[in-house]
Design a protein around this ligand. Structure first.
Ligand code: COA
Length: 273
């Protein structure tokens, strides 16, 4: 029964949600609701056509039956929609069978590598690269990445050499202008319609460093944020990395008061479009 419900939620909640998530001008729950109404309207229409073609002709002419069916369909849509969203808010992927579609970037400067956004199944590779690049006190944990991927897999930029993950950049979107430590820990704060693209992590495994790979991913993240109509991109970094990010146009806003994780000093940097 649970599996059946998950399948129904996946097909009728998550798929429409993913399909409509791209637009920033409409709130996600409104988009889902609209999609539901459209789907149910079509279902009802098809049922009526089927009855008309093969069934009792009297049933079609009975307006009350049609109206009652429409109301029941609509009420069921609303209930499924609310339950589906509650489960999403709880951080659960509604249907484990359904994976979001990743964007694979074409025409990147280096044809030897593949750049794409993430799937939930990239979790282990991402956690392994992070552990290789950051000391334990600063590294995000596997659980944190699992949470992040459920909320914003489309804001991970991954680079692969064949099947090997060699570099990635990630960060959510928010209306808050300043990057805080809470944002690293709580992926549920992601707001797909937010103004600022945050960058939480920039990693390249040691064997692939100094080839411009991280730079390519940062450029792609900046390009996407620009195309999505954000105000800009914000990150924090250690003092020695300030010149590196200045090359992309980031301005140093000084030592961050909101980010002190790993007991390190972090500078906040902003690129405003
Ligand atoms: C920081 C980090 C992500 C850089 O990754 P990367 O893929 O090597 O980054 P890039 O190749 O774009 O740039 C790194 C340097 O190589 C240089 N470089 C780029 N292409 C090069 C090439 N073909 N030949 C020689 N040098 C090159 C860049 O100019 C840059 O130099 P700089 O540091 O003096 O500015 C990587 O070192 C890392 O994962 N470090 C540990 C985690 C970390 O500190 N992350 C940043 C948190 S703020």
């Amino acid at each position: 029964m649970d599996n059946l419900l998950e399948l129904i939620f996946g097909l009728f909640v998550e798929v429409p949600m993913d399909l409509t998530m791209e637009s920033r001008s409409v709130k996600p729950w409104v988009k889902t609701m609209l999609m539901f109404i459209a789907i149910n309207f079509m279902t009802l229409l098809m049922a009526l056509i089927a009855i008309d073609a093969y069934g009792d002709p009297d049933a079609v002419t009975d307006w009350y039956v049609s109206l009652a069916a429409a109301v029941i369909f609509f009420a069921a849509s609303v209930i499924v929609c609310i339950i589906g969203h509650k489960r999403s808010w709880l951080g659960k992927r509604v249907c484990p069978l359904q994976t979001p579609t990743a964007t694979v970037y074409r025409n990147t400067p280096n044809p030897d590598v593949v750049i794409r956004t993430a799937y939930l199944t990239d979790l282990d590779a991402i956690a392994a690269v992070e552990a290789e690049c950051f000391p334990a006190a600063e590294a995000a944990t596997r659980e944190e990445f699992a949470h992040r991927l459920r909320h914003y897999a489309n804001h991970f930029w991954l680079m692969f050499d064949a099947d090997k993950l060699i570099s990635f950049v990630d960060g959510f979107v928010t209306d808050e202008p300043d990057l805080t430590d809470e944002m690293y820990a709580n992926a549920a704060l992601h707001n797909e319609s937010g103004a600022w693209q945050m960058i939480f992590g920039v990693n390249t495994i040691p064997a692939y460093r100094r080839h411009g790979y991280a730079a390519q991913l940062i450029e792609q993240a900046i390009l996407d944020a620009r195309r999505q109509g954000r105000k800009g991109v914000v990150l924090t970094c250690k003092p020695e990395k300030v010149p590196y990010y200045m090359k992309f146009g980031f301005k140093n806003e000084g030592i961050s008061k909101n980010s002190t994780h790993g007991e390190a000093i972090w500078h906040q940097m902003r690129l405003t479009f």
